[in-house]
Design a protein around this ligand. Structure first.
Ligand code: FES
Length: 110
């Protein structure tokens, strides 16, 4: 069973690290994992790459799946975008990202 669990670390907006056990066999993504851990990630669009509420920065040097056109378009419109910005809902939990470190992007309060 533990073969299907990876560890990821999420830094919240207060700078606190949360080490999470992430299942790789449930078809989940980083947005859903953060929500399940009650971290402040809204996931407003339900993971369709249409809201950017799951915007996060990749802090470790993992190679992730490429950005889809939808994700790229959404990040074009998002605030506080950096080189290492990704949408959490587009990062699928898999063994390739074991040890991943991410930081939640700030919320735009306009
Ligand atoms: S949940 Fe909306 S873009 Fe990721």
């Amino acid at each position: 069973m533990s073969d299907n669990i990876i560890k990821v670390t999420v830094t919240d907006r207060e700078g606190k690290d949360h080490e999470l056990d992430a299942p790789t066999d449930m078809g989940m993504n980083m947005m859903e994992l953060c929500k399940a851990a009650e971290l402040p990630v809204e996931g407003t669009c339900g993971g369709m790459a249409m809201c950017a509420s799951c915007h996060m920065y990749i802090q470790s040097d993992h190679t992730l799946n490429d950005l889809s056109d939808d994700e790229e378009d959404m990040l074009d419109q998002a605030f506080f975008v950096e080189e290492n910005s990704r949408l959490g809902c587009q990062i699928h939990l898999s063994h390739e990202i074991d040890g991943l470190k991410v930081r939640l992007a700030p919320i735009n309060n306009d």
